[in-house]
Design a protein around this ligand. Structure first.
Ligand SMILES: Nc1ncnc2c1ncn2[C@@H]1O[C@H](COP(=O)(O)OP(=O)(O)OP(=O)(O)O)[C@@H](O)[C@H]1O
Ligand SMILES: [Mg+2]
Length: 370
């Protein structure tokens, strides 16, 4: 809600209350923040162009997030290995950059060449004349070399005005990430910023964080604590630099083997990490729609089954058949922006680093509650 919306509420009492709270001087002159300070912050917040929602390009996800990613968000994308977390994060990087954000993708896992090949496969599928999709593995190997693939590669190159791909070496720290994000924020003080870290588990706490010196070293010694502290540091980064931060998260082996359902406690680094995140999404993929549905919570079951009957029948899927379109769902486990008990239907094409929207939006989920 902005100031205009507030005025449109035509609630003069509310308006006056806000104004008088703002004007009020605390008589005690204590060094404490008052409600007037909070209102001042609220007014600044309304004016802040960096806080607009940036669209991820997936309708269901954007709607669940209340319009898209916002400054200060810390979003977790979790799931067992090989589900396509990296693919989805790169796709979000591509879409948010197109939606006007400055996007900084920190890869702690795949090489720069693979990021380029995956982004090219994604672009190629979206070319207006594309009649098929190509695998990113083939692009990585230098084949195919057709005109459309070349065009897609050119498009990835042209995205460089807003899409940054940084490699994080082994042992990289949150301080390394912070330095780069701060530099980008200083160069572009007014743009929405999206920061992606994939995966979070590969980052360490640096000495420059809230915990310093030997404390940081002992923190890093315990994996669960370290990951929790990395999560907290990323949350601070999101807030300090007015960025939306998304991180990929490996689930524990336990959660991965536990019929794929996982839980928020299956985020490695569980409690602190789950607590720091403003939203947590679990990515589920399965060849068999029935099995996929069984991985979702019972209350989402009927809805998810209906969705995948629709998805598997949509026109256009045959053109990507060889690369394996599979039913997928993003299950929302935590959400401070809106609905939580939803599973967002997707179609995964892992070979082409591609996720497509399902046909049903979360608001149509029967029985969904906040
Ligand atoms: N060279 C390749 N060509 C085509 N498909 C590939 C290639 N390498 C991997 N894949 C497919 O891509 C998918 C992996 O997706 P992705 O790396 O995005 O998953 P992830 O969830 O990030 O996994 P991880 O937990 O290992 O990081 C797998 O299903 C795999 O079969
Ligand atoms: Mg990955």
């Amino acid at each position: 809600m902005n100031e205009q919306d507030l005025a449109d509420l035509d609630d003069e009492k509310l308006h006056h209350a806000l104004e008088s709270a703002e004007e009020m001087e605390h008589p005690d002159k204590l060094d404490l923040h008052t409600s007037a300070d909070a209102v001042r912050a609220l007014r600044e917040h309304w004016k802040d162009s960096r806080k607009r929602a940036v669209r991820t390009g997936l309708l269901g996800l954007d709607q669940t997030l209340g319009g898209g990613l916002r400054a200060g968000d810390l979003m977790a994308l979790a799931g067992p290995t090989g589900q396509g977390k990296t693919g989805l994060l790169l796709q979000i990087a591509r879409h948010t950059a197109r939606d006007g954000a400055r996007v900084l993708y920190f890869s702690c896992e795949i090489e720069e060449t693979e990021s380029a090949a995956r982004l090219a496969a994604l672009e190629r599928y979206h070319l207006p004349d594309a009649k098929d999709a190509v695998g990113f593995g083939d692009i990585l190997d230098g084949k195919p070399s057709d005109a459309m693939t070349a065009e897609a590669i050119d498009l990835v190159e042209a995205a460089s005005a807003s899409l940054y791909i940084e490699q994080i070496p082994d042992g990289g720290t949150v301080d390394d990430v912070r330095a780069k994000v701060k530099a980008l924020r200083e160069s572009y003080p007014d743009d929405p910023l999206v920061v992606i870290v994939d995966p979070l588990q590969r980052l360490f706490v640096g000495d420059g964080g809230a915990r310093s010196g030997s404390v940081a070293r002992s923190m890093n010694a315990s994996e669960t604590e370290r990951i929790g502290q990395v999560g907290l540091a990323l949350k601070r980064l999101a807030s300090d630099t007015r960025a939306a931060v998304i991180f990929g998260s490996d689930s524990t082996m336990q959660a991965a083997s536990d019929d794929g359902r996982g839980s928020s406690s299956g985020l490695r680094g569980s409690y602190i990490l789950s607590n720091a995140a403003t939203s947590i999404f679990w990515l589920h993929v399965d060849d068999d729609p029935e099995k996929l549905v069984k991985k979702l919570d019972q209350e989402r079951l009927e809805w998810a089954r209906g969705v995948h009957e629709i998805n598997m029948g949509v026109a256009g899927l045959p053109k990507i058949q060889p690369l394996g379109p599979k039913p997928a769902a993003l299950e929302c486990r935590k959400n401070r922006r809106g609905r939580r008990n939803v599973a967002i239907p997707l179609v995964s094409v892992p070979g082409a680093n591609l996720f497509l929207d399902g046909d049903v939006v979360p608001s149509q989920v029967p029985g969904a509650s906040r």
